[in-house]
Design a protein. Structure first.
Length: 387
């Protein structure tokens, strides 16, 4: 082979330097993103499997308080709407495009990625509980205690509870719908200001997602009783002191996440591919391999946006949470059984130390230090002194 090429070079059929040029790397950006997505998915599936087969897969009861009839009615109707919308969305963005074009579109990839991103929803309470869900809704606790390094106090039946019938389909198609809306806003901004450029478009998008989140969460989901932010910093919140107090910075955090999702979908190349799919055309293999790589790459980007813009800043906010409002503490369906009347535990408060799991000593309702069974307090070690 080498000898044949040498002869062609001498006869000017092959440009000089072909033999001496180093081989091009076969590694593509899409492969790096897909590897990251595969690693993240492996961890999630492992944690979910431990949760489903372990002691924390039990219902967190609502307690003695009963939500008002209007709240239960709205939550029930909205849960039904969210659940019924899931098969419709799957048909519209996955099945119908596949039947028409024999391929999975970017939206088809995104709907699956958003559904899996639901894993990160309860992680805002990783260090300290500052968000709760309404436990009147169907739940089986959550997987938080199986997340490596989890700190906040939880135990079976008294823990962070995810309303599965609401949140699982809600993340799957609800977030996709919001992402489509954000992309529509970007298209309108581009038509209005043709020379706006990428930074300007992202700026318009961030402003839109910020106010959009205020409307969706602060004026709709929270007043109807889906979840609360009891640890919200009050002077930075709308409706402070109420069960539906809405922290303004939530609009910045989730708005940032949503802006990332919209940018991923909006800024594509001439083939309609996102930035994480670069190099896919040079990857060898069939449709199954390519689609699997595409999905894992897109899922990795979705997970990174969620983690960077929400999960990480939420930890700082959790460590600086304000006292829980009485309007939340008096409603047992919002306390998730982790604190308050009948639990023997005070709700998180700036004057209390933040507990580290189930073995940490804590302050009881009577002001006395409670040392969990099996926990040993540290001892003071005397200094070395010269004789």
């Amino acid at each position: 082979m080498q000898l044949a090429l040498r002869k062609k070079i001498e006869s000017h059929e092959v440009p000089t330097g072909v033999l001496d040029s180093p081989p091009r790397s076969s590694f593509r950006p899409v492969q790096a993103w897909a590897l990251a997505g595969g690693a993240i998915l492996t961890v999630q599936l492992y944690v979910w499997a431990k949760w489903v087969t372990g002691p924390y897969f039990v219902r967190v009861p609502p307690g003695p308080s009963d939500p008002p009839t209007w709240m239960k009615t709205i939550l029930g109707i909205w849960t039904g709407v969210i659940m019924l919308g899931l098969p419709v969305a799957i048909y519209c963005v996955v099945i119908r495009p596949w039947r028409r074009e024999r391929r999975i579109t970017t939206d088809g990839m995104l709907i699956g990625a958003f559904g899996l991103a639901f894993f990160q929803d309860p992680l805002l309470n990783y260090l300290n509980t500052w968000c709760t869900y309404n436990t009147w809704l169907f739940n089986r606790g959550s997987w938080v205690m199986d997340v490596p390094g989890w700190v906040s106090w939880n135990k079976p039946g008294q823990m962070m509870a995810e309303p599965l019938l609401m949140n699982a389909p809600g993340y799957t198609w609800g977030v996709l719908l919001c992402t489509m809306l954000g992309c529509w806003v970007m298209r309108r901004a581009k038509l209005r200001w043709p020379n706006i450029g990428v930074p300007g478009l992202i700026g318009v998008l961030v402003v839109f997602t910020f106010f959009f989140d205020i409307v969706i969460e602060g004026l709709f989901l929270m007043p109807m009783g889906l979840f609360t932010y009891p640890g919200a910093i009050r002077f930075l919140s709308l409706f402070p002191g109420t069960y539906h107090q809405y922290p303004i910075y939530e609009g910045l955090m989730w708005g940032g996440v949503q802006a990332g999702f919209c940018s991923l979908r909006f800024f594509t190349d001439d083939r309609g591919r996102t930035f994480v799919e670069r190099g896919l055309e040079r990857v060898q293999g069939g449709a199954v391999k390519r689609d699997s790589m595409r999905f894992l790459a897109i899922f990795a980007a979705v997970s990174v946006f969620f983690f960077v813009f929400y999960t990480i800043p939420a930890q700082w906010l959790a460590m600086h949470a304000d006292p829980w409002p009485e309007d939340i503490q008096k409603r047992s369906y919002f306390t998730m059984g982790i604190c308050g009347e009948g639990t023997g535990r005070l709700c998180p408060h700036p004057s209390l130390p933040i507990e580290q799991g189930t073995t940490s000593a804590y302050i009881g309702p009577d002001g006395e230090v409670v040392i969990p069974k099996g926990t040993e307090l540290p001892k003071i070690v005397p200094f070395d002194r010269a004789e």
